[in-house]
Design a protein around this ligand. Structure first.
Ligand code: FES
Length: 152
């Protein structure tokens, strides 16, 4: 009987999973690949969560796995390329027991310490808007594209 020693946390907040910020990414497809991989190996569970406060690295996925020396959390981002998703899926399908595939190493990062939620930072005047700063440029581009061309 395989052990359930892995938790795959898939961020789907303001930036991760956003078709505004990442219009060319198949976010549903990514979730499907990772979910099927974990289910087929029976190595753990997949959960979808709101913003993990690492928007600059969207899309973010965290893999927590039990190791003999204790739990390990591998933070990955940006995980957007289909081949990267497939490689992660293959690793999860094998139970995530061996080393993380070398292809994924460049996207491993150390999670920043927890910060207050963006709404709290906004109230304190620490954020100029409730819109995630990392998402703002993409929103501005989308708004500009929607505006009529005044030169005509
Ligand atoms: S939306 Fe994923 S880290 Fe913010």
């Amino acid at each position: 009987m395989p052990t359930r020693h892995v938790t795959v946390t898939v961020c789907r907040g303001c930036c991760c999973g956003s078709s505004v910020k990442h219009p060319d990414v198949d976010h549903d497809g990514t979730l499907t690949v990772l979910t099927h991989a974990v289910e087929s190996s029976r190595c753990g569970v997949v959960r979808v969560v709101n913003c993990l406060d690492e928007c600059e690295r969207s899309d973010v996925v965290a893999v927590r796995r039990r190791q003999p020396a204790g739990a390990e959390v591998i933070w990955l981002g940006p995980l957007n390329a289909p081949l990267d998703v497939a490689v992660l899926g293959d690793w999860l399908r094998r139970g995530a027991v061996d080393d993380l595939p070398a292809r994924l190493a460049p996207m491993v990062f150390t999670k920043r310490p927890p910060r207050p939620p963006i709404a709290v930072r906004h109230e304190r005047g620490e954020e100029e808007s409730l819109v995630c700063p990392a998402l703002r440029p993409a929103l501005e581009r989308a708004q500009a594209a929607d505006e009529p061309d005044v030169a005509q």
